[in-house]
Design a protein around this ligand. Structure first.
Ligand SMILES: NC(=O)c1ccc[n+]([C@@H]2O[C@H](COP(=O)([O-])OP(=O)(O)OC[C@H]3O[C@@H](n4cnc5c(N)ncnc54)[C@H](O)[C@@H]3O)[C@@H](O)[C@H]2O)c1
Length: 310
């Protein structure tokens, strides 16, 4: 049985991936780590406090627990990163390199590390963004994701470390709150709607962004990690998509459930960030190589969110 370690396990993505990994590999085989303590619903999983910036600690924990699969999720996201660029750079870069190095040293079988649509930029082809295109990110988060993709490629080429990655769009979940990204509105808007409140949106009404429901994101990460090595043709990061939506369209979809609901718009710096990101993504390489398929479109996602939040 594979021993699995998750970093950043208490975050929006980490907490849901950790539960799914426990289902697949058995609770006793999943080690969740973070600098913050786990919330109650992760209570049954084995938790160790681990700072990914402490390279010796990372190396020691991976060695001691004979870890074979690593999901490295600790990071600072786009909006928080713009408030703290040097801290974001340090966490996103040194954290990744510490994990890659420890995995190489301890012969870890496979590593998953998520990149983001933030790795693209304003000179990218923003409609049906291809797998290979101009990438000129403008946020420190996007710069760290693009650099991280190249580090992953480097560790694969140079050391044969089996690192796998996807460029996630904005992730929408009801179990865990988002962690300071530009797409956080797409979760917050649901909480306002179910509480009978109006929502004040920090993106413009027509700002279209690619999004994905959390269970699809979890399935994507686990499917990519299970794919045969020879089917993986991209060692930087795969484009990945489900659906794209504007705040106005999301508001309209919510009005089907809550007719009184409305959104007012007060844009801030996050709208400027969003305008440099793709509107839609061409993820045909992921679909071809390892059979990626999303389950939730906009309508299904909204129904599932509303059902679980009410
Ligand atoms: N959520 C999204 O919409 C989204 C989209 C694209 C990519 N991603 C990527 O997915 C990964 C997880 O994102 P998330 O949304 O779960 O983020 P999050 O902010 O919700 O969680 C990050 C976790 O990392 C932990 N952490 C911070 N510093 C740490 C350190 N020094 N050592 C160990 N842990 C530390 C935090 O305590 C937190 O629990 C990140 O790499 C992110 O860039 C997320």
């Amino acid at each position: 049985m594979k021993r699995v370690l998750v970093t950043g396990a208490c975050g929006q993505l980490g907490s849901e991936i950790s539960l799914a990994l426990a289902d697949r590999y058995g609770i006793e085989n999943v080690l969740i780590t973070d600098i913050n303590p786990p919330s109650e619903y992760l209570g049954k999983l084995k938790f160790i406090a681990m700072d990914v910036l402490d390279d010796q600690q990372v190396n020691q924990i991976i060695k001691e627990h004979d870890v074979k699969l690593v999901y490295h999720l600790a990071a600072m996201l786009s909006a928080s990163g713009e408030q703290n660029p040097r801290i974001a750079w340090k966490l996103n870069m040194d954290g990744l390199i510490n994990v890659l190095e420890a995995c190489k040293e301890n012969q870890v079988d496979r590593v998953f590390w998520p990149s983001s649509i933030a790795a693209f930029g304003s000179h990218t082809q923003l409609v049906q963004t291809p797998q290979y295109t101009i990438m000129d990110p403008e946020t420190i988060y996007g710069i760290s994701k693009l650099s991280g993709e190249l580090w992953c490629q480097y560790y694969y080429d140079r050391f044969d470390l089996d690192v796998r990655s996807v460029r996630f769009p904005g992730l929408i979940s009801y179990k865990s709150p988002p962690g300071g990204g530009t797409t956080d509105y797409a979760v917050a808007i649901f909480h306002s709607a179910v509480r009978g409140k109006h929502y004040q949106c920090f993106l413009g009404e027509d700002t279209r962004l690619p999004m994905m429901f959390m269970s699809d994101a979890v399935n994507a990460a686990m499917a990519l990690m299970s794919a045969p090595k020879e089917s993986i043709s991209i060692r930087s990061s795969y484009n990945l998509a489900a659906f794209s939506v504007t705040p106005q369209e999301l508001t309209a979809a919510l009005q089907n459930h809550f007719p009184e609901f409305s959104t007012v718009y007060q844009t801030d710096f996050r709208d400027l960030i969003a305008k440099t990101w793709p509107r839609t993504i061409d993820d045909s390489v992921a679909r071809r190589d390892w059979g990626w398929q999303h389950e939730f479109g906009l309508r299904e996602m909204v129904a599932e969110m509303v059902h679980n939040l009410t």
